[in-house]
Design a binder for this molecule. Structure first.
Ligand code: HEM
Length: 458
């Protein structure tokens, strides 16, 4: 491979906004396509592609960028053989203050060294233990759900997954004051990362300020936690991270481990919340699929699933894939060029923001039959529609930054459904109109938080 010299100054340079030589348009003055995207991103991307081709300039959330709209470009951006595409600068705008130092915010050689910090935490033995730790938490919380009036799936799954995170990721006791406080700091931070007014000013009640306070609180807590985890033989992710060493055999500093833990919580939480919420919405409507998956899960295990049961669940697996295809929790992959390059025959200057809209690419008619329809069997043996292009289905990305938690997400998905579907039949409340409006950004979920009637089965 050609030797590349990477100019590290790229992290200090502003975004390149000179894209007028490229096909495309910026939409409305200033706001560009922001509101159109919030309403119906699929139509916006389909329309732009029909007018301008696979590579076009665009403007959304006040940023000028290049959209690269084909599986070939997901491959190019994620495999990045010439080290041209920086995730750190791609995600710099939305994530820099809250998730600095996280794995996706580190590029190239530095990223490779830091990814080691997570290696033991995601090995098979560790994963096997997480299943054992998770199942009782899921069973205990799900058993209380039917007591609630006006049950909404989204806030309940969010709470359940926060509690699982505190236990499995951080080794904390459930329900302890510190867990409740940490979960709140995390929620504040997530809300802050989406704030429109991005000022860390005290006294004005700004959401952003509250979010930054949440981040500072988490940092303090984790920096204190790391040495304690080094001293014990824990089986939570924080314990594994704390003991990992770099290429020279040196431990990572407490601050660095804390940064990775904060990012891990972000990467794991809303993604899994989104896919489980969208799944239960589909299942409440497609009751044939609800029955089919319930039957499969029930026959695999009657007392919580074991790690070895998970690969045998083919219908559940195809369901997972289909929901991730229709509503990928990371809807667009962001990068920024570190130097001039060429994409699809177009000159792309250094420091240009790029986005690959995986949410649109996974619904392209060239690759999928009736792409907007829910049809998990498209992944089943005999059809295997996903095998035309290695990147036509890429909800977990690819290359060096490919999601490190993809097996964990898969496991969590199956364990939660294993409990929920064998305990309840999911129905919409009377008069519910399906499909209900979906919020697509930052993570897909029904706007109404998915009200459900849970009919006990045991
Ligand atoms: C269905 C759930 C999930 C989806 C769809 C998902 C998707 C992704 C995607 C697309 C990326 C790469 C983004 C890019 O290249 O621009 C990523 C990275 C990452 N994910 Fe996930 N994720 C999920 C769950 C999880 C979970 C449960 C964890 C941890 C337990 C996790 C940890 C991470 C980390 C640490 C990275 C950064 C990897 C790196 O930069 O090397 N994710 N995820």
């Amino acid at each position: 491979m050609r030797q590349q010299t990477i100019d590290n100054d790229y992290i200090h340079r502003p975004d390149n906004r000179k894209l007028d030589h490229l096909p495309g348009d910026y939409g409305k003055p200033l706001i560009g396509y922001t509101f159109a995207m919030l309403k119906d991103p699929f139509s916006v991307f389909a329309d732009m592609r029909a007018r301008y081709g696979d590579v076009y300039r665009f403007n959304t959330t006040f940023q000028r960028m290049l959209i690269v709209s084909h599986p070939d470009y997901i491959k190019l951006l994620t495999l990045d053989p010439e080290q041209i595409f920086s995730p750190r600068m791609g995600y710099h705008g939305p994530l820099k203050d809250f998730f600095k130092g996280g794995l996706l915010m580190r590029d190239f050689g530095e990223h490779r060294v830091h990814r080691r910090i997570m290696q033991t935490a995601f090995k098979t033995d560790s994963m096997r233990r997480y299943v054992e730790q998770m199942n009782p938490i899921i069973a205990s919380q799900a058993s209380d759900w039917s007591q609630q009036n006006d049950f909404r799936f989204y806030p309940n799954i969010k709470k359940l997954l926060l509690d699982i995170g505190a236990n499995v990721f951080l080794g904390l006791d459930m329900g302890a004051d510190e867990t409740v406080k940490l979960n709140q700091s995390f929620l504040d931070m997530m809300a802050g990362s989406l704030a429109l007014i991005r000022k860390d000013w005290p006294g004005l009640g700004l959401v952003y300020r509250k979010g930054m306070n949440g981040r500072r609180e988490l940092e303090r807590f984790f920096i204190d936690l790391v040495p304690k985890r080094r001293a014990v033989d824990g089986t939570d992710m924080a314990s594994y991270f704390a003991k990992e060493t770099d290429d020279n055999g040196e431990l990572f500093s407490d601050e660095v481990v804390a940064q990775h833990l904060i990012f891990l919580l972000l990467a794991a939480h809303d993604t899994t919340t989104s896919v489980l919420t969208m799944t239960c919405s589909f299942l409440a409507h497609h009751t044939d699929w609800q029955d089919r998956v319930r039957e499969e899960l029930a026959s695999a295990a009657d007392k919580g699933l074991a790690y070895d049961d998970l690969p045998t669940l083919t219908h559940t697996e195809n369901l997972f894939k289909e929901v991730l295809r229709l509503h990928p929790p990371v809807p667009q992959f962001a990068r920024r060029t570190v130097k001039d390059t060429e994409i699809g025959g177009h000159h792309v200057p250094a420091d240009t923001l790029l986005q690959a809209p995986v949410l649109y690419i996974q619904r392209m008619e060239e690759f999928w039959t009736d792409p907007h329809n829910f049809d998990p069997d498209r992944f089943a043996e005999g059809r295997e529609e996903h095998k035309k292009h290695p990147f036509q289905w890429a909800p977990f990305g690819g290359g060096a930054h490919k999601c490190i938690g993809l097996h964990f997400a898969n496991m969590l998905f199956k364990c939660v459904l294993g409990e929920v579907l064998t305990r309840y039949r999911l129905e919409f409340p009377e008069g519910y109109e399906y499909p209900s409006p979906i919020q697509h950004f930052p993570f897909a979920k029904p706007v109404d938080d998915l009200p459900l009637r849970l009919v006990p089965l045991r």
